[in-house]
Design a protein around this ligand. Structure first.
Ligand SMILES: [Zn+2]
Ligand SMILES: [Zn+2]
Length: 368
């Protein structure tokens, strides 16, 4: 009997980005928060599901009853077919828009998992044995949700990726109006004290837009490869806003998601946007998920940028919630500056903060 025990263990995406998947045991209930894939040097890796069976908490994957999927980015969603092949019964919850984007991203792999998925809406509540669960807008990308679980009188909030600022396509996160005891935070920049955003764009994004602008002035064709399909959609929308005269030719995978967004009344395209195919000689932008050709005159750009809170906003976010325990995941160390200043070190010196921090590693269980 585990009573009201709360156990947390990352199966991936702990102190790194990629394969985010977090096991949460609430008494007899076994849940997964997210189920994503990562890649290093182009090689895909899935969460370490098998680590679960080496713990006393689970004997069989079928004991996992529910999966909550925060948003459609691949590092949170792409291993769902892998897990459902181990447990074909698990019920999966996500917003309608996440489901739409996911179906376009997973392509033929989506059909096999569709029957497991239930769509949920923001603020909707679902009652499960000894738990109450609700979903809240997370910002970051359209469809992204936070999951709030009330278990044995305790409120546990899993943020998924979130932003407290509005992005080009979605409003800021809206926090539930309850006291949070345990915060499971996707704190991408929790250990990056030097990372700062300015307004609603980050440095990398400004650089991309500036490079596109300059190359078009030099009458070049810009070949922009995006790291995620949904980031391509964001980029189209930003190019349309900041460089409204730029012509963009969009590959079919990105275009498929653009159509899904437009179907749910998030307008993306303007008359300067076209499907990739034959294009004119005039300078323009090619926006694609595919790698560039080896030999070309193109100006080649990587379309990667952050849709996450920066370091100071992360500190402010946790200070405002002031949970008893904050479990920080999705949190790579600062490679560039080898900084030792973290979210934890700032709040430890704050007399009003009651938070103790855990930075767990993959496969490391904690009783919360
Ligand atoms: Zn994300
Ligand atoms: Zn992520």
């Amino acid at each position: 009997m585990t009573g009201g025990k709360i156990i947390f263990m990352p199966l991936g995406g702990a102190q790194e980005v990629g394969a985010s998947c977090y096991f949460l045991k609430l008494g007899e209930n076994n849940l997964l928060l997210d189920c994503g894939c990562g890649s290093t040097h182009g090689i895909r890796f899935a969460p370490k599901f098998s680590a679960l069976l080496q713990t006393p908490y689970l004997q069989d994957f079928h004991q996992v009853s529910h999966i909550f999927l925060s948003h459609a980015h691949l590092d949170h969603s792409a291993a769902l077919p892998d897990f459902l092949s181990l447990n074909e019964r698990a019920a999966v919850y996500m917003t309608d828009l996440t489901r739409e984007i996911l179906s376009a991203q997973l392509e033929e792999r989506f059909a096999a998992i569709e029957k497991n998925i239930s769509s949920v809406a923001f603020l909707q509540k679902i009652p499960l044995p000894r738990m109450r669960i609700s979903f809240h807008q997370a910002g970051h990308i359209p469809g992204a949700m936070m999951t709030l679980i009330n278990f044995c009188g305790k409120n546990i909030l899993y943020t998924g990726d979130y932003s407290t600022f509005p992005t080009q396509l979605v409003g800021a996160a809206l926090l539930p109006d309850v006291k949070i005891d345990i915060l499971i935070l996707c704190g991408l920049h929790a250990r990056h004290p030097h990372y700062r955003r300015f307004g609603d764009t980050d440095d990398a994004l400004r650089k991309i837009l500036r490079k596109i602008d300059r190359a078009l002035h030099r009458r070049k064709i810009v070949y922009c490869q995006v790291t995620q399909i949904s980031k391509g959609v964001e980029l189209i929308s930003l190019i349309n806003k900041f460089l409204p005269r730029a012509e963009i030719f969009i590959d079919e995978r990105v275009m498929r998601i653009v159509h899904r967004f437009e179907n749910v009344h998030i307008p993306i395209m303007n008359e300067q946007n076209h499907p990739l195919g034959t294009f004119p000689r005039a300078p323009h932008v090619i926006l694609t998920t595919r790698p560039p050709p080896l030999h070309s005159d193109f100006e080649i750009l990587k379309g990667d940028f952050s849709l996450h809170d920066d370091f100071l906003s992360t500190v402010e976010f946790v200070r405002r919630i002031n949970p008893k325990i904050c479990v920080v995941v999705h949190s790579p160390p600062d490679k560039l500056f080898h900084s030792t200043r973290t979210l934890e070190q700032v709040l430890i010196n704050d007399p009003d903060s009651r938070t103790s921090f855990i930075f767990p590693n993959t496969g490391e269980p904690f009783e919360l």
